[in-house]
Design a protein around this ligand. Structure first.
Ligand code: ADP
Ligand code: MG
Length: 397
């Protein structure tokens, strides 16, 4: 974005929370099925911030959303469902407040406020909702980077009404992103993959201006190959966007960014488990075949480029990794990045739902410098857009 100036953002470590009511925006939007909480990653991720506030003598009042109730109460989306899991993960009791009025009577321990999206004023960033939230606390902490691309009352509006600081998770996320994009060690590389160019045009356009090398892989590389005149046969592509691909390649040239496309590919006649596949040259894709992964020669070339870089920022798999063996290219590159990171040569930052799944499938998620679990907010950051939740923290300092 126009620059997250991390130095301009105060964090939890910069303030004294002792004796204060601390309003904390968290993202605990976890999957719930038949009233049972699924993956708890988002809950465990807020524990350090909540504990730091308690240890500092403050009272955390947790504000969060669950699902999309669209401004009215929906029984199945009540945050009361999460109270016990939260208490278990934090290791302290958590009181539940069904509305603003019940916060005061909820005791002086940790309080969990009802789903903030039950209120119509939350997503509209209504002044009265921001004011009602501000009245609950003496200090505002935003620990929800993954909700920071929304200008809502609890992510943006309230931050203008109270002293506002970043929570520990928000701070870690912003530092990692700054290391990858605002203030990186060069040369820098971005790896952008995934299914379609159309979903990532803004990401590509922004990144070519920021990085020294850009790998384009996955389904979106097919549209680039098409634009370069290759016959990609049955491959997933967006022929309408071939001119866009050409424009991106031209602006990359202007910005001195080297775009790297596959030089060989793995193809199959069907995208299904057990499908027969083969490796071939770009000009050799048969009319009944589709490109489903980068080939081994491409892996070697891309790995060489990774070895020359000090920073890599990665979003999107380079092949249809969900089905064997079309994850091979992604996994091989991910392993190389992990090894370079461990050897101290590379800062590696990755994000995106499928990217995280692919890195974990390769067993390297924990070996990257940082892996962001924020979906939309991470992509908007890569698009160079200002994140309202982060901008509000910069303005507060
Ligand atoms: P993220 O969630 O990390 O942002 P995307 O959702 O943009 O990533 O892209 C992931 C999807 O791209 C996966 O479902 C994967 O199967 C698909 N994909 C990657 N390469 C290809 C390809 N060559 N052909 C078809 N689909 C592909
Ligand atoms: Mg995805």
């Amino acid at each position: 974005m126009a620059g997250v100036e991390i130095d301009k953002i105060k964090t939890l470590n910069d303030v004294d929370v002792s004796g204060k009511r601390v309003l904390v925006r968290v993202d605990i939007n976890v999957p719930i099925r038949d009233q049972v909480v699924g993956d708890r990653t988002r809950i465990t991720a807020i524990v350090p911030t909540v504990k730091a506030i308690v240890d500092g003598g403050g009272q955390p009042i947790l504000v969060a959303h669950l699902g999309r109730p669209k401004g009215q109460p929906v029984a199945e989306l009540s945050l009361e469902l999460l109270r016990d899991v939260l208490a278990e993960e934090i290791g302290l009791p958590v009181a539940f407040a069904a509305g603003f009025d019940s916060v005061e009577g909820a005791g002086d321990g940790i309080v969990l406020l009802e789903n903030i999206r039950f209120l119509p004023g939350e997503e509209k960033n209504a002044a009265e909702t921001a004011r009602a939230l501000a009245d609950l606390g003496d200090l505002y902490v935003n620990d929800a980077f993954s909700a920071a691309h929304r200008a809502h009352a609890s992510t943006a509006g309230v931050a203008a009404l109270l002293p506002a600081v970043a929570g520990l998770q928000m701070e870690a996320e912003l530092k990692a992103l700054a290391m990858a994009l605002s203030n990186p060690e060069r040369p820098t590389m971005a790896v952008v993959g995934g299914a379609k160019v159309s979903t990532k045009i803004d990401v590509l356009n922004n990144l070519v201006k920021q990085v020294d090398k850009l790998i384009v892989g996955g389904g979106m590389a097919n549209t680039f190959l098409l634009a370069r005149g290759y016959d990609i046969a049955k491959s997933l592509a967006e022929p309408d966007l071939a001119p866009t691909a050409n424009e991106i390649m031209a602006s990359a040239k202007d910005a001195n960014c080297e775009i790297l496309l596959p030089v060989d590919v793995t193809v199959a006649k069907a995208f299904e488990a057990g499908a027969e596949y083969r490796v071939c040259a770009l000009h050799d894709v048969a009319e009944d075949e589709m490109i489903l992964d980068i080939g081994p020669l491409t892996v070697d070339v891309f790995n060489q480029h990774i070895n020359e870089c000090r920073t890599v920022l990665w979003n999107g798999p380079l092949g249809a990794f969900e089905i064997e063996p079309f994850g091979e290219g992604t996994f091989a590159l991910a392993k190389q990045a992990a090894e370079r990171t461990e050897a101290g040569h590379l800062v590696s930052v990755a994000g995106g739902g499928d990217t995280v799944a692919a890195l974990n499938a390769a067993g390297v998620g924990a070996r990257f410098t940082y892996v962001s679990t924020a979906g939309g907010a991470f992509l908007e950051y890569l698009e160079g857009r200002e994140l309202p939740g982060v901008a509000a923290l910069m303005a507060s300092a």
